[in-house]
Ligand binder design. Sequence first.
Ligand SMILES: NC(=O)c1ccc[n+]([C@@H]2O[C@H](COP(=O)([O-])OP(=O)(O)OC[C@H]3O[C@@H](n4cnc5c(N)ncnc54)[C@H](O)[C@@H]3O)[C@@H](O)[C@H]2O)c1
Length: 697
Amino acid sequence: MNDLVRYALDGNVAVLTVDNPPVNALGIGVRTGLKEAIERAIADPEVDAIALVCAGRTFFAGADIAEFGKPPASPTLRELHDVMERCPKPIVAGIHGTALGGGLETALACHYRIAVPGAVLGLPEVKLGILPGAGGTQRLPRLVGVEKAIEMICTGEPIGARQAHQMGVVDAVTEGDLREATIDYADHVAAEDHPLPRVRDRDRLIAEAARRPEVFQAAREHYAKTRRGLMAPQHCISAIQAATEMDFEGGMRRERELFTELLNSDQSKAQRHFFFAERQARKIPDVPRDTTQREIATAAIIGAGTMGGGIAMNFANAGVPTVIVETSQEALDRGLGVIRSNYERTARKGRISDKDVEARMALLTPSLEFTDVSDADIIIEAVFENMDLKKEVFAKLDIIAKPGAILATNTSTLDVNAIAAATARPPSVIGLHFFSPANVMRLLEVVRGDKTAKDVIATCMDLAKRIGKVPVLAGVCHGFIGNRMLHAYFDQAYALLYEGCQPRDVDKAIHDFGLKMGPFAMADLAGLDVSWRIRKETGQTQPIADRLCELGRFGQKTEAGFYRYSQYSRTPQPDPEVAAIVEEEGLKLHDTRREIDAEEIVNRCMLALVNEGAKILEEGIALRASDIDVTYVHGYSFPVYRGGPMFWADMLGLDRVLETIKGFHAAGHGDVWQPAPLIERLAAEGSSFQDHDQAGG
Ligand SMILES: NC(=O)c1ccc[n+]([C@@H]2O[C@H](COP(=O)([O-])OP(=O)(O)OC[C@H]3O[C@@H](n4cnc5c(N)ncnc54)[C@H](O)[C@@H]3O)[C@@H](O)[C@H]2O)c1
């Protein structure tokens, strides 16, 4: 064959071993080698059956990403599957590691599948904005029925081998040596009667589903809600439905059409960009992957408030023993109580067991003594946002913490360098900016101080992954990446109120654009009092919000803010009292109020993000535009199908972006609309943020 596919005989079984490290991607070399190997086995009179296994750590983990976007080279995956399925001698796939995407589709084209207990199988294409395009949408429902196929394909979530066995995706789970077991299985089925079982011929479950088309309508509605705005899940459902309405060949054609539509869509471009952006974000040019790390076996959190409690949960979930320090027994009890009730709620939903709740609580040690953090490998401070207090805490930690411990602050706005300077060990100090609720939100801004050591950064980037977070490296500035941009966004949202909008106009436009909620619903959720207090401390004003706060309207927690809420519902209801305040304050700034359409609302808010993002990039606060995208999708519910604000700007075209920004400046919307020099330069060059990233920033 070729050097990617080995051919060997074991008695009457031809053993095909694919060896294409690191993950046995199904590139053209593997496809060609496999096709030739199968043809050779067919031609060999000594061979009665074929065992297909992979060397290394996994079965085929998917298509070859390097071939993405290139014209398909023959044999395509579909052509290969055709050869396999029509093979007159049984082919048995032996699965270990991860059989994902094209990998699972290849297994489905075999006559039998066996797997080791640790194997994981899935069709994650939807996460790239596409669908399984090599028969996955046609074969899987034939094996497991349409409901289960819809769930697996529309969520993209993988399943374990045992579940796959129960569902009928694999024929057996083997505890023994996989290669031996696959050969034995092949040997055994070779003796059985023909015809060979081909997934394409199994029509019972498909015929059943054809009589219940309402299943598809219900699924469409479900995914329209849970995956709002995303095309791919809807196309996946259409492809699966086609399996119930056409013969196999017809269904395959329909799958191809739908696949191609998705592949060429802006959504898929955005989702593929985002897929790479997430991986790229972990790479830091001057902190190589092999940087020696500090060991993190234990943690401590200072402060058991909103953030401290959520942060502690992340560590307990990852099995890391964690001390939580507070100033009073009452605060400690309250903090631990919230953590317990969060876990109990999760247990009631069936996502963890009662035993898990106790096991996680047992990992948390409440304490009123600072000295109890002396053994912790990492200490994360989450006390009130006050510089003097933070300095005091860090000076204490400097005395108590063991040498080599990482000292992290969860500050949202304060200068990490100044906090580090309160210790005699600034290289060990770093910002770890979690987002609220800290046990849920996936983003973690890792804030690098001027003196933060490289091994501390490397350790925190990896730790983030261990505790289920997506890290983005940020430099020190007010608000880091996310909140600094959010500031610019909120300024525009408020400006729109003064000019003519009501909160619901702005929120609706932003929600329709794809964010989970608009700025004013978000402000109500977060609470208006925090920023009011800061404004009063710093001598700033925001007349509309100030007046709401003076009326005790702090948002959802007081059942009134920019909207009214009832005791039973968090659905924002427009409130005439607010409308009157908005109008009054608006007319103090402008002679008249004007109609503002959704397009202007979206452009004002989103381009404010983009312009500020470009400045952040130029200043080196973010390493890449794609890191900003990761920040916004994971931290601020920016729709993944738009790829993040910077990618969205690229799709608009930076020349258009620049023209619109200049237009806002000319219209008198303020000096914030001075275009970022980087946008001017990239637009003049006809290039994009993506080009800028690729050129190394
Ligand atoms: N709330 C958010 O959305 C959010 C998001 C990201 C970051 N942050 C940052 O996280 C930090 C904490 O914010 P929060 O919302 O959790 O505040 P919080 O008021 O809910 O909690 C602060 C806790 O710290 C405790 N505390 C105060 N001084 C202490 C000391 N010396 N030793 C031990 N405990 C002490 C308090 O008793 C309180 O329980 C702040 O720096 C804030 O800027 C907050």
